[in-house]
Design a protein around this ligand. Structure first.
Ligand code: BES
Ligand code: MN
Ligand code: MN
Length: 462
């Protein structure tokens, strides 16, 4: 594929401008105020797949946002690659921390991206990474070198738990039949050192509500005599970790897959600088579970984090009040072989049991999903590694990520196929944060690397 490089060079301005247009539509799935925009984005994705050369493209209705399905079947006897991605994005807030508006994409340079990066919500997660696949298809169709069949499934609810996708996959197993699933919705180590994600963490996400007295009370008249739900909630949350930062929920670690000393030594070979890590976050030290290093804490170990906590008076000035209720949103990142429903049940039981008699506790599960690990001796992994080696000049390193794409485990269960996570983002791209961006280098390298995956996957499948 000599000419993929020159095709990208020749068309890069258009590739960038098309992505910018897609990024202008604020497809925030979590907030119903944006629902028309989410639907408009689905339409735009459909158009782009038709233009790139799919023979069939459908906007599939679901109980939630539509799923875009596209395909180009050139020969039923050849392998089929199923590309998954998502066109929805995270809410952009806090808006005041963006240096340019989240839905008015601009190209700016950074230390890590001297050739420029597109700043916009969704630039990396996942519109930019999803669109690389659309442009890779365009190249293969234009140059008559698509070596196998391809199917696309692009959803609009990934950031809110993929409920409709689970529904869709269960009902469309035949349509989605494939030999490998290809996803670009993760990251790599650096622009000099590609990596392939071989693991994702699972997730259990719950909301807790602690109720004390039946109304807000004067904190002088009642303070000291009744349980303050906010004080109690803070205490309960604090008790969920012990002095070694182990999680105290009984049974929480029972099914955790421990890695062997060899596997941990292998992991430690990935390049990592603790100094750079701390500097990038402006922290004096890291923090986490005793007995594990940073790269283990955020990938092979389960965690529990409060994502939001509220209650009482938070307005201007001071109000003396004991609130009737306190709330928190808590996520637990899980590792193989923890079962997310079981962990949710263990949490609920424990959290309810540690509440003092002066309050009542309600736990509401939000969503969850299983973790994922994939072997490195599969044809898919080998093909991805050959593709990266060719475009970056060095082999990719296998890395287990701390993030979650819960639908990946479901794909394996329902569609019986392995997923290859070919991510081109960087941890510093600020996904889910203000000033999310995606390097132009990364975007174009992705478009260059993907057709090689197809080529080597077909070759190795023979
Ligand atoms: N693309 C991310 C997940 C990701 C990012 C994995 C980088 C590995 C490296 C995805 O869009 C995401 O944000 N997932 C959520 C879970 C989902 C159920 C809301 C997450 O990990 O918080
Ligand atoms: Mn994503
Ligand atoms: Mn995300």
């Amino acid at each position: 594929m000599e000419n993929i490089k020159s095709y990208v060079q020749q068309h890069k301005d258009r590739f960038i401008n098309e992505l910018i247009e897609l990024l202008k539509i604020p497809s925030v799935s979590a907030d119903t105020a944006y629902s028309q925009d989410v639907i408009d984005t689905a339409e735009a994705v459909k158009e782009s797949l038709s233009k790139a050369g799919c023979d069939l493209v459908e906007v599939c209705d679901t109980p939630g946002y539509p799923i875009i399905y596209g395909e180009k079947i050139i020969d039923p006897n050849l392998p089929t690659v199923l590309v998954y991605g998502h066109y929805d994005v995270q809410p952009p807030d806090p808006l005041e921390l963006w240096t340019s508006p989240p839905f008015e994409p601009v190209i700016k340079t950074t230390d890590i991206h001297p050739e420029g990066a597109i700043f916009a919500r969704g630039a990396c997660d996942d519109k930019g990474q999803m669109y690389m696949h659309v442009k890779a298809l365009e190249y293969m169709v234009q140059n008559n070198n698509l070596p196998c069949n391809v199917k696309f499934m692009i959803e609009g609810e990934e950031e809110v738990g993929s409920a409709s996708l689970a529904w869709f996959v269960e009902r469309n197993q035949e349509k989605l039949k494939n030999d490998v699933i290809l996803i670009s919705d993760t990251g790599m180590i650096s622009n000099q050192q590609p990596s392939i994600t071989t693991g994702l963490r699972g997730l259990s996400y719950v909301e807790v509500e602690v109720t004390g007295p039946n109304r807000d009370l004067h904190s002088g008249l009642y303070g000291g005599a009744v349980a303050n739900p906010i004080n109690i909630l803070a205490k309960m949350i604090a008790s969920l970790h012990d002095e070694n930062n182990h999680i105290t929920i009984p049974g929480f670690y029972d099914k955790v897959q421990e890695l062997s000393a060899e596997e941990r030594a292998e992991m430690a070979k990935a390049p990592f600088s603790l100094e750079k890590y701390k500097n990038a976050l402006n922290i004096a030290d890291v923090y986490g579970e005793k007995g594990y290093v940073t790269n283990e804490r955020n990938s092979i170990r389960p965690t529990l984090d409060v994502n939001g906590i509220w209650g009482g008076y938070t307005g201007e000035g001071a109000k003396t009040v004991i609130a009737s209720k306190a709330f928190a949103k808590i996520s637990m990142r899980l590792v193989p072989n923890q079962e997310w429903e079981e962990i949710t049940a263990l949490f609920t039981k424990h959290f309810t049991s540690i509440a003092p008699a002066g309050v009542t506790v309600k736990v509401t599960p939000h969503h969850g999903g299983q973790g994922y690990v994939t072997p490195i001796d599969s044809i898919g992994y080998q093909a991805a590694n050959k593709a990266y080696t060719e475009t970056f000049g060095v082999p990719a390193i296998p890395v287990r990520s701390g993030g979650s794409i819960p639908i990946v485990a479901l794909f394996e269960k329902e569609l019986k196929s392995k997923t290859i996570l070919m991510g081109f983002g960087l941890d510093s791209d600020a996904i889910h944060s203000p000033n999310e961006h995606f390097g132009i280098f990364n975007y174009l390298k992705g478009i260059e690397t993907i057709p090689l995956f197809y080529k080597y996957f077909v070759e190795l499948s023979k």
